[in-house]
Design a protein. Structure first.
Length: 239
């Protein structure tokens, strides 16, 4: 596709996704301003990021540290972008991630949180973090079981450079969003239980859930952050 056509397509897609988020908010009686759209640019070159930023998108997501660092550097001149690391983070990459990325979505252990906190302080950096929750047991590839989620939230009380803001979910994939809905609902219910159990509200304010295939259902169930790749940038080639 010629670059101009591609940019127009991406702009149209960003608008369409925003309209669908607004529709889901309408159905759920929610304020569309309370849902943050993260465009997931993984595998795509920085020209795609440029088109999305030109279309008004301010939040971009990557799932691999190496690729994220390269794209953050390439996109430095495009204006202010809030970068989200949405994939699994190995602790030996914590320092580089916490310096480059504004949000870290997949904190799944006390050890990783503490490593992020320590390296952020050493680097004079700050970051927003989410605790990735495993609600699927053996089916899940990543995330913390609920007892570990409680431990991470408790450990967050001692953090100053890393600000834990809520929960993140990557449910087992299904073509039918209605089959994913129960996972979204359970994440919201877990958030409510944790709040009732005394976890401070500001540490549970965000629910990062919903992708291209199911973000409307996620918004109906309370998502405050949706991570949308394909519906904005098109289909990815296999890695
Ligand atoms: C790739 C990815 C997404 C976006 O997926 P799409 O189906 O292309 O919207 C969202 N979240 C995570 C964690 C991802 O790795």
């Amino acid at each position: 596709m010629p670059p101009a056509d591609r940019a127009a397509t991406i702009a149209r897609n960003v608008r369409a996704v925003r309209e669908r988020i607004a529709g889901a908010c309408d159905r759920a009686g929610r304020d569309p301003g309370a849902v943050r759209l993260v465009g997931v640019s993984k595998t795509f070159p920085v020209t795609y990021v440029q088109a999305a930023v030109a279309a008004g998108l301010t939040d971009l997501g990557e799932n691999r540290v190496q690729e994220a660092l390269a794209k953050v550097a390439q996109a430095a001149d495009l204006g202010p972008i809030t970068w989200h690391l949405i994939g699994h983070l190995q602790s030996n990459k914590a320092r580089r991630a916490v310096v480059a990325m504004a949000w870290i979505h997949a904190v799944d252990s006390v050890g990783l949180l503490q490593r992020l906190e320590r390296t952020a302080r050493e680097e004079g950096a700050t970051a927003e973090a989410l605790v990735q929750v495993d609600l699927a047991g053996e089916e899940a590839k990543s995330g913390a079981p609920v007892d570990v989620v409680r431990q991470v939230l408790a450990a967050a009380a001692a953090c100053r450079a890393v600000n834990v803001r809520g929960l993140m979910l990557l449910p087992p994939w299904s073509a039918d969003p209605e089959r994913t809905r129960p996972y979204f609902r359970r994440l919201r219910e877990l958030r409510d239980q944790l709040a009732d159990g005394g976890v401070p509200r500001q540490r549970l304010a965000e629910l990062s859930m919903g992708m291209s295939n199911d973000f409307e259902v996620a918004v109906e169930e309370g998502a405050t952050i949706v991570r949308v790749g394909t519906a904005i940038f098109g289909r990815r080639a296999a890695r």
